[in-house]
Design a protein around this ligand. Sequence first.
Ligand code: TTP
Ligand code: CA
Length: 358
Amino acid sequence: MLVDFDYFFAQCEELRNPALKDKPVVVGVYSGRTEDSGAVSTANYVARKFGVKSGLPLYLAKKRLKGTEAVFLPVDYEFYEQISEKIMQVLRSYVDSFEQTSIDEAYLDVTQKVRGGFEAAGDLAQKIKNDVKCQVGIVFSVGIGPNKLVAKIAADSQKPNGLKVVKPEEVQHFLSPLPVNRLLGVGRKTTAKLNELGIETVGALARYDVQKLKDIFGKKLGAYFHNAAKGVDNQPVEETDEPVSISRISTLKENTRDLMVVLKKTDQLIEDIHEDVVQRNITFKQVAVIAIMTDLSIRSRSKMLESATSDAEGLRRAVRELFEKFLGESKLEIRRVGVKISHFAKEEVEQKRLTSFF
Ligand code: TTP
Ligand code: CA
């Protein structure tokens, strides 16, 4: 099973304040330059009817929702993480093995639990949905299939509050008519390239000569596309103890706009993060700083380093640069500061699974 929480950040906001439920709800990241600069993180389905979705600039979202009772809220990641953890805990109690892939998504292997029966898996999914709704108050969509690839596409096919079972004998029929970009790893450029070859659907990709695909996309990727289009996927559902990012956040003694005070605090956070980096033997390529302002809005700035590093000094430099720039752009005082690193690579670059590359 793949479980994907519906309109997650916005649903968390509805949970905290049920009066929002019938209104368009938009959760956004405010960049802080002007009142409306920034982008939509997500929106509830009421807002989506007006064409508001992730990534849309906030000023456009406001325009599209003009005249409605729309509510705009800043991202409160810590709150969403708490809710996410509660749900994940409930999900874990039902599985043979479990793999969380993001704050709002997890794979559940229930093969043993249902003795391989797809109908029983559907019943189990309904039971888990009811349990999570009752215990946490959140709804999600679930896809069930013979492997992770099919489960994920199935989950996407009936959002929100969906439950879709694709039995092994139905895989071909289910995948064939879908556009190629529904496959993991087929982005805008690859889609364009495939379309040029006359391949619009997953079915057409499955029928396309595998050797030609390998010639065009390389051996590994060509083989992956061929298999994915046929719904073939043998990746196990397995717990990964590797986080996607490492972050630390802390409250300042008093609100400030003083760079030195901010950096003194972030130095402590950096030390902590660096210890984690050394222990895990990883390198990182992206550095972000987070500032929670006196009005409790959350701002962040990030920077991609030129090359991956595990160096504390490089991290300090990047954090300093980001806060210098941020303080120059924002007028409010800062209440809490955070540092986050991401885009990890193991020291001895191992790429066990192709999808981890995507
Ligand atoms: P998604 O699962 O892509 O979206 P969603 O849960 O909001 O909506 P649905 O699954 O019903 O289609 O992303 C999960 C959360 O990640 C989302 O609630 C907010 C966050 N997010 C961003 O902050 N920016 C983005 O561009 C995207 C796509 C998601
Ligand atoms: Ca989701």
